[in-house]
Design a protein around this ligand. Structure first.
Ligand SMILES: Cc1cc2nc3c(=O)[nH]c(=O)nc-3n(C[C@H](O)[C@H](O)[C@H](O)COP(=O)(O)O)c2cc1C
Length: 240
């Protein structure tokens, strides 16, 4: 069992965390945030239950607080609940011939766009807002799915969106009707580069120390050996 799993029930039961040390509070926040992020899944089946308006507003509010280049906030969010409009958008949400039926079935569709006249980072700004929205929805017990495969021109026509707005994504939103398996993620070791591109396999341990490099195995062996009683070979200590 991991350390946080041991302490988490205790930490979550604390009502007045502010009376405890900052490191405890930080620890709880880290556990909560990471768990929330890790437990989010793309939801493609929804229950036929409407999403309360105040929850939709909270999700939009979370989007509004994302950072933007030069604080230009070029985004526009279109909330679509009307079944007929969702059906029409569902028709144009497809990857070649593969349709995404959840676009039509989800009780709410959030259409994410930005004003192309406001700065040059609109696409990133809206993406960050979308990420906030997905996390907020997750914390409210709602499911989302980012939809990138759709005909943006047709969506703009359906929703009468003006020329200067670029639509980059649709977010389906609703109460989950499925509990999908967790898709794997590539290990950090394969995607993180420490200080320069070539240091992919080194691992930093938070204290800034890089402990495993090309000689790590030899170092580990020497350390173990130094600790072994009478400086004996560590393997010799293993029970036979
Ligand atoms: C840029 C982007 C485009 C995506 N497009 C679609 C899509 O068109 N249809 C869909 O069902 N899921 C889409 N997804 C969801 C991904 O398939 C999903 O995030 C990925 O498989 C990982 O699963 P998870 O979200 O449950 O962790 C998209 C996600 C992103 C970030």
């Amino acid at each position: 069992m991991r350390l946080e799993e041991t302490f988490y029930p205790f930490l979550s039961s604390l009502k007045t965390v502010d009376t405890f040390s900052p490191s405890l509070i930080r620890f709880q926040a880290e556990v909560d945030t990471l768990n929330l992020l890790k437990s989010r899944r793309s939801i493609r089946i929804y229950q036929d239950i409407p999403v309360p308006q105040d929850l939709i507003l909270q999700i939009l509010e979370a989007g509004r607080w994302a950072p933007t280049g030069a604080n230009l906030q070029p985004w526009h969010f279109i909330v679509v609940k009307d079944p007929e409009t969702r059906k029409r958008i569902g028709e144009v949400a497809r990857f070649f011939f593969i349709k995404s039926p959840h676009v039509e079935k989800a009780p709410v569709l959030l259409v994410l766009g930005f004003d192309t006249r406001k700065g040059k980072y609109g696409r990133y700004d809206v993406t960050l807002a979308g990420g906030n929205m997905m996390t907020m929805a997750q914390s409210l017990g709602l499911g989302t799915c980012w939809i990138g495969a759709f005909d943006a021109r047709r969506v703009k026509e359906i929703l009468e969106i003006p020329e200067h707005i670029e639509v980059i994504a649709l977010l389906t939103l609703g109460y989950p009707g499925e509990k999908p398996e967790t898709p794997p993620r590539v290990e950090l070791e394969k995607i993180v580069h420490w200080e320069s591109w070539s240091n992919v396999r080194r691992r930093s341990f938070g204290d800034g120390m890089i402990r495993s490099g090309p000689f790590s195995l030899i170092k580990k062996f020497l350390k173990k050996r130094a600790k072994a009683p009478n400086n004996r070979h560590p393997i010799a200590e293993k029970p036979r």
